[in-house]
Design a protein around this ligand. Structure first.
Ligand SMILES: C[S@@+](CC[C@H](N)C(=O)[O-])C[C@H]1O[C@@H](n2cnc3c(N)ncnc32)[C@H](O)[C@@H]1O
Length: 227
């Protein structure tokens, strides 16, 4: 159902949905990770080329941590703050990742990504896969601006967004009877413009058709400095 109004208690309802559908979502989605890994590899190649002694990353809406958080942690210099609204997802991430010898390189942070705060210029990369799309479009703009503030000069943002302009869509039963979800997006062109206006240089901006019959805009962008 299309809606221009942001549903009341959006974050609480999304939390409850993902708490309920997380196992089903994860079982389904992990099998279809090719684009996550394809774009993550592009980011890792750029980050690894800098040969930093420590790489500080933030993942927004990390889900159960597979495959993205796990792959970040497979690099010994990487520290990951992994955030999610759903406590069921974070618990799954804890179980999936605790045996990865990540030690103190992994920090799991519950809650709404828009409420997070980090020191300015403190992160090498911020990643959000299929997660910023759950924010109303106006919050996506604010989130991108926050991300830019948190990134170090030369740091990267990797995220995907809806290709189409979607004022807001509610699906009452996505994947499951309890799967109430909301998506929104500014559309590919406007999203890229917002990212540029926020102070990032776009390295990659591509639209791909996903397994779910929907197209997503993937953006890998760098803060300041030259490309
Ligand atoms: C479609 S799943 C994607 C999970 C994972 N990134 C992946 O690629 O499979 C969306 C995730 O974002 C989380 N999420 C939704 N809104 C959020 C918000 N405002 N803050 C933090 N996490 C959120 C959900 O709980 C869910 O785990």
């Amino acid at each position: 159902m299309a809606t221009n109004k942001v549903p009341e208690n959006l974050k609480q309802r999304l939390k409850e949905s993902y708490d309920a559908i997380a196992p089903k979502y994860n079982e389904w989605t992990i099998l279809h990770s090719q684009y996550r890994l394809y774009y993550l590899d592009k980011l890792l190649n750029l980050l690894n080329a800098t040969e930093k002694p420590q790489v500080s990353t933030l993942e927004l809406g990390c889900g159960c941590g597979i495959p993205v958080t796990q792959k970040l942690l497979s690099h010994e210099t990487y520290h990951v703050t992994a955030n999610d609204l759903s406590s069921t997802q974070l618990e799954a991430a804890r179980e999936n990742l605790h045996s990865d010898a990540a030690g103190d390189r992994l920090r799991l942070v519950p809650g709404d990504m828009t409420e997070l705060s980090f020191a300015a210029g403190s992160l090498d990369a911020v990643i959000g896969m299929y997660s910023l799309i759950h924010l109303p479009s106006s919050e996506q703009v604010l989130m991108i601006e926050k991300i830019v503030g948190w990134l170090k000069p030369g740091g990267y943002m990797l995220a995907n967004f809806t290709e189409e302009t979607i004022g807001g869509v509610v699906n009452e039963k996505w994947l499951d009877d309890k799967g109430w979800v909301y998506w929104s997006g500014l559309g590919a062109e406007n999203t890229v413009q917002v990212i540029k206006d926020a102070g990032l240089n776009v390295v990659v901006s591509e639209v791909t058709e996903d397994v779910v019959d929907a197209s997503f805009l993937w953006v890998l962008a760098k803060k300041g400095l030259q490309l």
